[in-house]
Design a protein around this ligand. Structure first.
Ligand SMILES: Nc1ncnc2c1ncn2[C@@H]1O[C@H](COP(=O)(O)OP(=O)(O)O)[C@@H](O)[C@H]1O
Ligand SMILES: [Mg+2]
Length: 612
């Protein structure tokens, strides 16, 4: 199932302290934020002045006993303090235009200034998450779904942007504006106006919150259906070849359409609940405005207020309910945003299982032996993979590990690279044992040609260069020659600049392995690991590469894992791994002489070769 925890759960409490965690990012831009707040206040002041100007204009135009020359002056007592020119209707209209423009301009200035803060925060956090993901252990990455993870991060940063924009610059200012307007109405027009406004706003907010919470499960169902149909489509397209091979196109379409149908239904229900929400909100607003207008008309008739006041009240109402309309939407989105950010912060708080200890030292592996001492290991507690493995690889010697598939050979490599820690026993390089060696230096000292090579979706050149980003062209050419890919590259119309496709899918298995070999050779580390490095090659290329490997491994301490025994006959020592234990060890001839497991495997493989 999708990570449905991402959409708002009505019972999920918003964790406000998330705002606290974002504070360090704010402090970087103190001045910017201060100015943004200043512009926010200016924008709000402009917004509040506008209805007053409207009122004065209307009043000046509607004085019943005005003669033409009186029309140009205003007789309102509270305007006596203003200079003559400032109170002509023309000047007032100009002022109205000015404040309308400043309202928008200050708003834009605020957004422009503040978006820098949001973007910087997103950049900092995204980088932190990225670094953190790379620091997490292999186990985490084996269990994650890349797509889901990417979406978590995307939604998390999106959530931050939303919280910052709306929390600071929408909800709080709107609440302040509401209180100001209610205050103005109370002071200038009495209890009735103030309380009707206040009651309507409170019931509007209460209704919105209640209905939004009620709608949540429908919104979530729609989102889920949306994700599901999306995942289905992507998964199906990723397996394009398999679908074609089994001519299951129709079946796939049917399944996709079933998902789409669920989505359609969920959307329909969702739309109906939105209808209820919007209608309810509109009902509250209309009722409030009708009551206020009625009160105002009454007071105009009884000469308590002017037509200008009527216009002012109306303008304030419009100004208030417009942002309120968004509040329901924002309330829902803020909830989702908080949950998404929380999800990302939880990811950030996740501790890697494999970490350097404070006293970890860099490794000096040159001319050092590698020891496995009674190493036990399991991935899951109820299935032991290694049951006490001990061996030593002497400097510049080659140790081969053979054994059936699933015996635990690659596991030994992963332990040596410290992707996992043994449950019992010690792994040492020279005098240093693994947890005491910094992971960076450990892996810098080890080059590996893995069992399955995965390449970046980039050119061949960049993929090879990845072994040593600063390598010179000559070094790269030499590695290419040693790995015997030069012949292949020469055939390519674009040579080294050929793109290898996603995960290297445009190359054959053997070609990928040779790229991996070139990469490892380019790195030139003191310890080399070959994990079935030639398994995908035909016998001729295998022989050629083995020759290269033999030649190279005389300079390196190397561990070679192979299932074809013919490839390890030259190793200084061979270990036969069986069911997590070392069954036999020795060099090729002595192992044959023992007439044990090795001999058995050898004769079986020889027979096969003869048949071929
Ligand atoms: N990450 C993992 N989680 C659980 N089991 C694993 C994991 N990796 C390998 N295994 C299991 O451990 C056993 C040994 O694997 P491996 O060392 O890769 O064998 P091989 O000798 O063929 O290289 C296999 O049975 C495999 O299924
Ligand atoms: Mg393996």
């Amino acid at each position: 199932m999708r990570s449905t925890g991402l959409t708002a759960d009505p019972h999920h409490k918003i964790k406000w302290d998330i705002l606290n965690q974002l504070r360090p990012y704010f402090s970087e831009f103190k001045w910017r934020i201060l100015f943004a707040l200043l512009f926010l206040i200016l924008a709000k002041i402009s917004a509040i002045i506008m209805p007053f100007i409207l009122k004065i204009i209307v009043d000046s135009l509607t004085q019943t006993d005005s003669s033409p020359e009186q029309l140009t002056t205003l007789t309102q007592s509270n305007l006596d303090l203003l200079p003559y020119w400032a109170v002509t209707p023309v000047a007032l209209v100009l002022a109205y235009g000015f404040f309308r423009f400043s309202n928008v301009m200050f708003g834009e200035l605020r957004d422009t200034l503040f978006s820098r803060v949001t973007e910087r925060t997103i950049r900092r956090l995204s980088l932190r998450v990225f670094q953190h993901l790379h620091a997490l252990d292999v186990d985490f990455h084996l269990n994650r779904r890349t797509g889901g993870l990417a979406r978590d991060i995307e939604r998390g940063t999106g959530g931050i942007s939303f919280i910052m924009r709306f929390m600071v610059f929408n909800i709080i200012p709107t609440l302040i504006e509401i209180s100001l307007v209610v205050g103005i109405l109370l002071v200038n027009y009495g209890i009735a106006f103030g309380s009707v406004t206040l009651i309507s706003i409170v019931s509007y907010i209460a209704f919105s919150i209640y209905t939004t919470n009620w709608r949540n499960k429908y919104v979530r169902a729609a989102n889920e259906a949306d994700s599901n149909s999306n995942t289905k489509a992507i998964d199906s397209l990723l397996n394009y070849e398999t679908v074609k091979l089994f001519t299951n196109e129709e079946h796939e379409c049917q399944r996709y359409d079933e998902n789409l149908k669920t989505w359609e239904n969920a959307k329909r229900v969702n739309r109906l609940t939105l209808f209820a929400l919007n209608c309810g909100q509109a009902l509250i607003i209309s009722t409030a405005i009708t009551i206020l207008m009625y009160l105002a008309v009454q007071q105009i008739i009884s000469h308590q207020i002017t037509v200008g006041d009527f216009v002012l009240i109306n303008a304030f109402m419009m100004q208030l309910f417009l942002p309120l309309n968004f509040l329901g939407f924002i309330y829902r989105e803020i909830r989702v945003a908080f949950i998404n950010v929380e999800k990302m912060l939880v990811l950030l708080a996740r501790k890697p299982k494999i970490i350097d200890t404070p006293d970890s030292q860099p490794l000096s592996a040159y001319n050092q032996p590698v020891h496995f001492k009674d190493v036990h290991f399991n991935y899951h507690a109820n299935r032991q993979i290694l049951k006490g493995v001990s061996f030593t690889i002497l400097p510049r010697q080659t140790l081969a590990i053979v054994g059936s598939s699933g015996a635990g050979k690659s596991t030994i490599v992963k332990l040596l690279l410290r992707f996992y820690d043994p449950t019992e026993g010690v792994i040492q390089i020279g005098e240093q044992s693994l947890p005491g060696i910094t992971q960076k230096s450990l892996r810098e000292n080890i080059g590996i040609v893995p069992q399955d090579t995965v390449l970046f979706n980039d050119t061949l050149l960049e993929n090879i260069r990845y072994g040593k980003p600063m390598a010179t062209d000559e070094e790269i050419q030499r590695a290419i020659k040693m790995a015997h890919i030069d012949e292949f590259i020469d055939q390519l119309p674009e040579g080294l600049n050929t793109l290898v496709g996603e995960r290297g899918l445009k190359l054959s298995g053997g070609e990928k392995q040779r790229v991996a070999i070139a990469r490892a050779l380019l790195k030139r580390p003191p310890i080399l690991l070959f994990d079935e490095a030639t398994s995908s090659l035909d016998s001729r290329s295998e022989a050629a590469i083995l020759e290269a490997i033999d030649e190279i491994s005389s300079h390196y301490t190397s561990l070679v894992i192979a299932h074809r025994l013919s490839t390890v006959v030259n190793a200084d020592k061979i270990i036969v791994l069986d069911k997590g234990k070392i069954a036999e060890s020795g060099d090729h001839l002595s192992l044959l002489a023992r007439k044990g497991l090795y001999h058995e495997l050898w004769t079986a493989q020889q027979k096969n070769t003869e048949k071929e």
